[in-house]
Design a protein. Structure first.
Length: 440
């Protein structure tokens, strides 16, 4: 009965979002309230459970989201993101422009949200197409696939970071293991699929008047080395801390300091401070200008934060109602790999709801009991859920429409390209998770 109520709650959530077009945040809060009441929880406990879930979900995550958005905006507004792209294109050469776009998108996408990275890269893509006379999809698709991969697989992006918090996993270890999956997946899909007949037979051209983004002149952009450094500072600190934990004794005094600076919020804060000075003040921008950039970046992620918090409320209601025990009992009776089960749950929610963020937060709460009883490391379980959350982007996904409009595609062709490549990334991610589980 408990699981049936949760199922009804999920159906209600879909009805509110898809039929009545209600916002994801409001829909999740309403669903959380009703599921808690239907599960027989006292009304006062329902609201307390929701508050605990929101607070527990956001904790340090709100800092990760905020600092990540700030860093991405600083890279974009300073021209650093464009510098990384143009330099790699020159280094790789015209014949390897797809590799240049893929590498650029992975570097930029590690700390930048999909939507932000897309907006940063799309004018560069248009510029490359204009100069090289190459097809738009041929140049742009590897970049979009690289952004999709990093956004879906790697913290500090909202979905993966949220599941890391739910499963109490190690952020740095999740990032390193995620890179082992994300990079091969991005290469396989970003290069091979973008050269397939399906893509070659899809006509695409830059829409007139749709984009009015700034393309920086050569003298306006910072150097490549400093641009790359600012973009990868968080990765450097987090990776160093993770490696130090593996190498140094647990009681080594220096490990405390290394772990402090390798903590995701601190690493991102350091990157923001460095970027403000290096990409801003040193290049003649005033503090007022830089703070305007910071403020704009945070406003852009307000709804993402609310949705993640509401997803935490829904998760906590499920946990406090004792649904986890029923899930454990059910999955114990099923002869199915817990990683595959976690992937399937996230994939089904993604297909139904469209939002990867909602998919990971809901799936994270539903499969949380499996982390303790399956013997799978939390970091691997995080990647199973996040791999499922990218599955089959289609018309209920805002990212789908962004892709369709900026590549000027009919709906049918957009589905063929976007839905196909997200399915491929998701399945390759699952395979990678199963392989990593054999060694970790």
């Amino acid at each position: 009965m408990s699981l049936l109520i949760v199922g009804l709650g999920v159906l209600l959530l879909l009805l509110l979002m898809m039929k009545f077009k209600l916002d994801a945040f409001i829909s999740l809060i309403i669903t959380s309230l009703l599921v808690g009441l239907m599960e027989g929880m006292p009304i006062a406990k329902v609201t307390k459970s929701m508050y605990d879930g929101i607070g527990g979900q956001l904790k340090s995550l709100i800092l990760i989201l905020a600092f990540g958005a700030m860093l991405g905006k600083l890279l974009a507004d300073s021209g650093a993101a464009q510098r990384i792209a143009t330099t790699l294109i020159k280094k790789f050469g015209l014949k390897n422009v797809q590799w240049a776009m893929l590498v650029t998108s992975i570097i930029i996408g590690i700390t930048m949200f999909f939507e932000a990275g897309f907006i940063v890269l799309i004018p560069i893509i248009y510029t490359v197409v204009k100069e090289t006379k190459l097809p738009l999809l041929y140049v742009g698709l590897p970049a979009v696939i690289g952004l999709s991969t990093t956004h879906s697989f790697l913290p500090p992006h909202p979905g993966p970071a949220a599941v890391v918090a739910v499963f109490n996993a190690n952020m740095g270890k999740t990032l390193l293991l995620g890179l082992l999956i994300a990079v091969p997946a991005a290469i396989i899909v970003g290069i091979w699929f973008s050269r397939s007949k399906l893509v070659k037979n899809t006509n695409s051209s830059a829409p007139e008047g749709l984009v009015n983004a700034v393309v920086f002149k050569e003298e306006e952009m910072p150097g490549f080395g400093i641009s790359l450094f600012c973009a990868t500072v968080p990765v450097i600190f987090m990776a160093f801390a993770t490696l130090a934990e593996l190498i140094l004794p647990d009681k080594a005094p220096v490990l405390t300091y290394i772990k402090f600076f390798g903590d995701a919020p601190i690493a991102l804060l350091l990157a923001v401070i460095i970027s403000i000075f290096v990409l801003g003040l040193r290049r003649g921008r005033s503090m007022d200008e830089l703070m305007k950039t910071i403020n704009t970046s945070v406003k852009a992620i307000a709804m993402i934060i609310l949705v993640i918090g509401a997803g935490g409320a829904f998760k906590q209601v499920i946990v406090d109602a004792g649904v986890g025990k029923a899930i454990v009992s059910l999955t114990n009776g099923l002869k199915i790999n817990p990683l595959i089960l976690a992937w399937m749950i996230a994939a089904l929610i993604r297909v139904a709801v469209g939002s990867a963020t909602v998919a990971v937060t809901m799936a994270g709460g539903l499969v949380l009991p499996l982390v303790a009883v399956s013997g799978v490391t939390p970091e691997i379980m995080v990647l199973a859920v996040t791999s499922g959350s990218i599955f089959a982007s289609h018309v209920n996904d805002p990212g789908f429409w962004m892709f369709k409009e900026y590549f000027n595609l009919p709906v049918g062709q957009a589905i063929k390209v976007r839905t196909t490549y997200t399915c491929m990334l998701s399945i390759i991610g699952l395979i990678g998770v199963l392989v990593l589980n054999m060694f970790f």
